[in-house]
Design a protein around this ligand. Structure first.
Ligand SMILES: Cc1cc2nc3c(=O)[nH]c(=O)nc-3n(C[C@H](O)[C@H](O)[C@H](O)COP(=O)(O)OP(=O)(O)OC[C@H]3O[C@@H](n4cnc5c(N)ncnc54)[C@H](O)[C@@H]3O)c2cc1C
Length: 403
C-alpha cells in the first residue's frame, strides 16, 4: 500500500503504460480480499478506490482521542466455522481469542442472551434443570404450520412471553418492522439453549485480530501491485483511468443509478462515549429490547482486551436514513434485488461481490468466503480479461452505468 490519500496524477503514474488490470471499488473485506488474491496469485495490477478516508469498510477500527481502540461503525466480532477462511486471514493477522457475551436488560435484570437455562430461571425465579427447561419450552411454544416470518420462528421455539420480552421490541427497533413482517432468516440463526452456555456465538473459530482490523487490512493491501486511492468515488476515476475489469463492492442499486427503485437498507447512528472509569458494563454488549431508543451498548475493551484506565462505549440507534448498513431481509426486497442481479449478470467487465453488491445480510467471514470463491471463478477468466483492450473499462462503464 503506497499512500493513504492519493490524488489522480499519482495513480495515473502508478498504472504505468499498461494501466490497471482490475479496478476494485471498495476497501472493505470484499474488495481487499479480491485485491490481495488478484495481485498475489495472478500478478495482476490492481487499483483499489474507496470513497471513505480509511481502509476496512464497516470493519474499520481506530484509536479514539483517549487512545482506546474503537469500531466507528459498531462492534465487529469475528467468528467462523470455516478453517479455510480463518487460515486465509491468519496470513495477515495474529489473533486474540475472544468469546462474545451479551446480556439483555429485561425487567430490571441483566439476563443472558441467547436465552439459556439461567435466563429462564432468573427471569421467572425458577430452578429448572436442563431437561425441565426443554419441557418448559415445549409447554410454552406456539404450534405453527409454517415458519415464514421471524415471529413464527421465535414463538414456535420459546413461546409468546419470552418472544415479547427479548425479541419483539429489539427487532422492531432494529428493523423498524414487526417480526411478523420480516423473513424467518433474521431470527432463525439465534439459538436457544437448555444448558448454561452464555457465549453469543458457537462457531469453532472466535477471535479478534490481535492488532485490530485496520492493521489486518493494511497487510492485506501491502502487495506492491496494489495501488490505493481513498476519499475517491469510483465514478470520478473509472472513466479517466484505463482498466480492464471492475470488481464492485458498493450498493448494487447505486451502481445502476437506482433505475429499478431503491433497495431498502437499514442504517444506524452511533453515539460514542469515552468515560473516566476502567469498566462500564460486565460484558461486551448489553441489549435493551424494551427501553430507550438505542438497541445496544458495547464496551470495546471487552472485545479488544486493551488495558486502559478509561473505557469507550458505543450506543446504536437504528434508523432508515443514512449509510447503507443492513440489507432488509424481506421477500419483495429480494425480488427487487434479483432485477439488479439479472442486469449485473449481463456485464462481462464487472464482477459484483460483498454484502452491499449482492444485497445479502452477510457476516465478515461470509464476505471473505464469497470473495475467495469469486476470485476462483474470476481467475479462470483472467486470461481473457488480460486480452481485453484497456480502453474497454471506460467504455464498459459508460455502457453499463451511464446509458
Ligand atoms: C453495525 C454493524 C455491526 C456488524 N457486526 C459484525 C460482527 O460482529 N461480525 C461480523 O462478522 N460481521 C459484522 N457486520 C457485518 C460486516 O460489517 C460486513 O459483513 C462486512 O464489513 C462487509 O464487507 P464488504 O466489503 O462487503 O462491505 P463494506 O465493508 O460496506 O465495504 C464496501 C466499501 O465500498 C465503498 N464504496 C461504496 N460505494 C463506493 C463508491 N461509489 N466509490 C468508492 N467506494 C465505494 C464503501 O465506502 C465501503 O468502504 C456488522 C455490520 C454492521 C453494519
Amino acid at each position: 500500500m503506497d499512500s493513504v490519500i492519493d490524488p489522480l496524477p499519482r495513480a495515473a503514474q502508478a498504472q504505468g503504460p499498461q494501466g490497471f488490470d482490475y479496478l476494485i471499488v471498495g476497501a472493505g473485506f470484499a474488495g481487499s480480499v479480491m485485491a490481495e488474491r488478484l495481485a498475489s496469485q495472478l500478478g495482476a495490477k490492481v487499483l483499489v478506490v474507496d470513497k471513505r478516508p480509511h481502509l476496512g469498510g464497516n470493519a474499520h477500527d481506530q484509536h479514539d482521542d483517549a487512545g482506546l481502540l474503537v469500531h466507528p461503525y459498531g462492534p465487529h466480532i469475528f467468528h467462523t466455522n470455516s478453517a479455510e477462511i480463518f487460515d486465509y486471514l491468519s496470513q495477515f493477522t495474529a489473533w486474540r481469542p475472544y468469546q462474545h457475551r451479551v446480556l439483555a436488560s429485561v425487567e430490571g435484570q441483566l439476563l443472558p442472551i441467547p436465552i439459556n437455562l439461567d435466563t429462564v430461571n432468573r427471569l421467572y425465579g425458577m430452578h429448572l434443570s436442563a431437561p425441565e427447561m426443554g419441557r418448559f419450552l415445549e409447554s410454552v411454544a406456539e404450534r405453527r404450520e409454517t415458519l415464514a416470518t421471524s415471529e413464527d420462528v421465535v414463538v414456535a421455539k420459546v413461546g409468546r412471553d419470552l418472544y415479547n420480552k427479548f425479541f419483539r421490541g429489539y427487532t422492531r427497533k432494529q428493523w423498524g418492522l414487526d417480526p411478523s413482517e420480516l423473513d424467518a432468516s433474521v431470527t432463525a440463526r439465534v439459538p436457544t439453549r437448555t444448558n448454561r452456555d452464555d457465549r453469543y456465538f458457537e462457531d469453532s473459530f472466535q477471535a479478534m485480530p490481535a492488532q485490530g482490523y485496520t492493521r489486518l487490512f493494511e497487510r492485506l493491501l501491502a502487495h506492491p501491485n496494489i495501488h490505493l486511492m481513498l476519499q475517491t468515488d469510483y465514478r470520478e476515476v473509472a472513466p479517466l483511468l484505463p482498466w480492464r475489469h471492475m470488481v464492485y463492492t458498493g450498493p448494487i442499486d447505486a451502481f445502476f443509478d437506482h433505475r429499478h427503485g431503491r433497495l431498502p437498507y437499514r442504517s444506524l447512528a452511533f453515539r460514542h462515549e469515552t468515560l473516566p472509569q476502567a469498566q462500564f458494563q460486565p460484558v461486551g454488549t448489553v441489549n435493551f429490547p424494551n427501553d430507550y431508543a438505542y438497541t445496544r451498548v458495547t464496551e470495546f475493551k471487552h472485545l479488544t482486551g486493551q488495558q486502559h484506565a478509561w473505557t469507550s462505549v458505543v450506543y446504536e440507534y437504528p434508523r432508515d436514513e443514512g449509510a447503507p448498513y443492513y440489507p432488509v431481509p424481506r421477500a419483495e426486497n429480494a425480488q427487487l434485488y434479483r432485477r439488479y442481479e439479472a442486469e449485473a449478470e449481463t456485464l462481462d467487465q464487472v464482477t459484483f461481490v460483498g454484502r452491499l453488491a449482492t444485497y445479502r445480510y452477510y457476516n465478515m467471514d461470509q464476505v471473505v468466503g464469497q470473495a475467495l470463491a469469486t476470485f476462483r471463478r474470476l481467475a479462470k477468466a483472467h486470461r481473457s480479461v488480460m486480452e481485453r483492450p484497456l480502453a474497454l473499462g471506460a467504455q464498459g462503464l459508460r455502457a453499463a452505468v451511464m446509458r
